[in-house]
Design a protein. Structure first.
Ligand code: FAD
Length: 505
């Protein structure tokens, strides 16, 4: 039997890892169990935006929008390698919301949250500006405003890494199978899904951050009466070869009152999403459906001069939003805000459940969780994450290009594109990966694209990567560039080498 942890976190998505990091930084002893890979749930299938959510203004979600708008710059400063500003272009469509309404919404968007680094809204002439060139000529007027892009899966891993550096124990491929109140502690049984080994842990408090599995955990792990707190809403994205040649994103209004995004993706592609449809079944099995593909192609083709066809799709992905069930009738109208609910009265051990939430608000969600934890475990330290850096993010937002140049100057053999990718993925930790390398041979085996043995070993030793899928779809997005054979060969290499590489760390 292990020692008693202050906090046991179920789930290694953005919320679980964000809470573990905040709590560990305040001096609590924390253990986190993730049943698969970190970010393998909803947190790697998002639209990858740190955004206020312009559309939520129409649902009067002012609290959520204000908090989200404020978080854009807090998170940007915290992780300037994996988060960067992006300008959105909103074309005015004569059959949809009138221009005055768009202008008013964007005025609010510019002013209800704090904004120092991100430029404000401006009107654009789509007839004369290059950003109108890829659109149908009927679109003549538009607006441009700011939000941020995030590498969602890396945000999760960097939170886990920082939590670990602050003392938390992070266990992947470890499922929580039962939790019982016994002798004044939670007695928690975990099962390693790779080895089949089970283990017992004691904790004073449990955080249930199992995302779309949150109700399943309540029903099966805690044996609660049938819980139904979240509404599962599927959202899918398609990736096509890049439709336009500039760095802006588009936000398109759709006839059903929804919006979709078209975003620059991995230099050579355009990411289009998303959808909203109720989902039943295991969130792990979610897949894009034909109606979703056709919906996204039709919605994008309404705006782009060159129609988007299903044949253009090079990759697609789907995720399940665990939205707090607020009784809204349409999936798109269900609140995106989060709710933290404590189960267990004052004489009982507690479990605090996370329902809903956005990647954008994960840090604030963690702070709210810590307020609840402090009620029970006693306060240790003040909130601290607002002015912190995530691993590799200890540089100024404006210094990205400078950092790329420094890396390229020191490691002269790196292609410019690889130097850029390394700074975007690892920030100042790129130096740790490249330490001692003086030519390409020192990078070891090349697995395809720009992925080499040295990088893969770093991911195994420092970022919990255990399979090719972890490396090419979550720690990086190189899967879109590698062939099936290359991914298979990488997987075989990993199966053979993971244990010894871990051991060598
Ligand atoms: P998850 O990431 O699902 O993490 C829960 C984890 O718990 C999983 O990894 C799972 O394996 C683990 N788990 C479950 N049961 C157990 C168990 N018994 N033992 C151990 N582990 C367990 N938000 C934004 O801010 N911006 C966006 O652009 C955006 N776009 C989105 C687009 C789509 C299509 C979707 C679906 C969501 C989007 N979101 C966006 C919302 C955001 O992605 C989610 O709110 C967020 O990722 C939820 O994180 P989580 O940690 O709660 O859940």
């Amino acid at each position: 039997m292990s020692e008693v942890d202050d906090i046991f976190v179920i789930g290694g998505g953005i919320n679980g890892c964000g809470i573990a990091r905040d709590a560990a930084g305040r001096g609590y002893s924390v253990r986190l169990a993730e049943m698969n890979d970190l970010a393998s749930g909803t947190s790697s299938w998002s639209s990858k935006l740190i955004h206020g959510g312009l559309r939520y203004l129409e649902h009067y979600e002012f609290r959520l929008v204000r908090e989200s708008l404020n978080e854009r710059e807090v998170l940007l400063k915290m992780a300037p390698h994996i988060i960067w500003p992006i300008r959105f272009v909103l074309p005015h469509h004569s059959g949809m919301r009138p221009a005055w309404l768009l202008r008013m919404g964007l005025f609010l968007y510019d002013h209800i949250g704090k904004r120092k680094l991100l430029p404000g809204t401006k009107q654009v002439n789509l007839k004369t500006s290059p950003i109108g060139e890829s659109l149908k000529p009927i679109f003549s007027k538009g607006f441009e405003y700011s939000d941020c892009w995030v590498d969602d899966a890396r945000l999760v891993v960097l939170n886990a890494k920082d939590a670990q550096e602050r003392g938390a124990i992070i266990e992947t491929h470890t499922k929580v199978v039962s939790a019982r109140r016994e002798d004044g502690y939670w007695n928690i049984t975990t099962k390693n899904l790779r080895s089949g080994d089970t283990a017992q842990h004691k904790a004073r408090l449990i955080v249930n951050a199992a995302g779309p599995w949150v109700d399943k955990v309540l029903n099966e792990t805690f044996e609660s009466s049938r819980a139904k707190n979240v509404r599962l809403v599927q959202g899918s994205h398609i990736v096509v070869p890049k439709i336009y040649d500039h760095d802006r994103a588009y936000i398109f209004q759709n006839a059903d009152n929804r919006i979709i995004f078209a975003l620059p993706y991995e230099q050579d592609y355009t990411l289009i999403g998303t959808t909203d449809q109720d989902y039943q079944g295991d969130p792990a099995d979610v897949k894009i459906t034909d109606p979703e593909i056709s919906y996204l192609c039709t919605a994008a083709s309404e705006y782009f001069e060159k129609p988007v066809n299903s044949d253009d799709i090079v990759w697609s992905y789907s995720g399940v939003r665990p939205l707090f069930d607020d009784g809204a009738t349409a999936a798109q109208e269900a609140t995106r805000d989060y709710v933290l609910r404590t189960d267990g009265d004052s004489n009982e051990l507690r479990v605090i459940n996370v329902f809903g939430g956005k990647i954008t608000t994960y840090r604030k969600l963690a702070e709210s969780m810590l307020e609840k934890i402090e009620e029970f475990n006693g306060a240790r330290k003040d909130s601290w994450t607002a002015n912190s850096y995530l691993p590799g993010g200890d540089f100024e937002v404006a210094d990205y290009t400078k950092l790329v140049t420094e890396l390229k100057t020191e490691f002269i053999f790196l292609e410019m594109s690889l130097a850029q990718r390394f700074i975007r993925s690892y920030g100042t930790n790129a130096w740790a990966i490249l330490k001692g390398a003086s030519n390409l041979k020192d990078m070891g085996q090349n697995f395809g694209g720009s992925l080499t043995e040295r990088e893969v070993k770093y991911l195994i030793q420092h970022e919990w990567a255990e399979s090719a899928e972890d490396v090419v779809w979550r720690r990086s997005k190189l899967g879109i560039r590698l062939s099936k054979q290359e991914i298979l060969a990488l997987d075989e290499w990993m199966q053979t080498n993971v244990a010894s590489v871990k051991h060598a760390a």
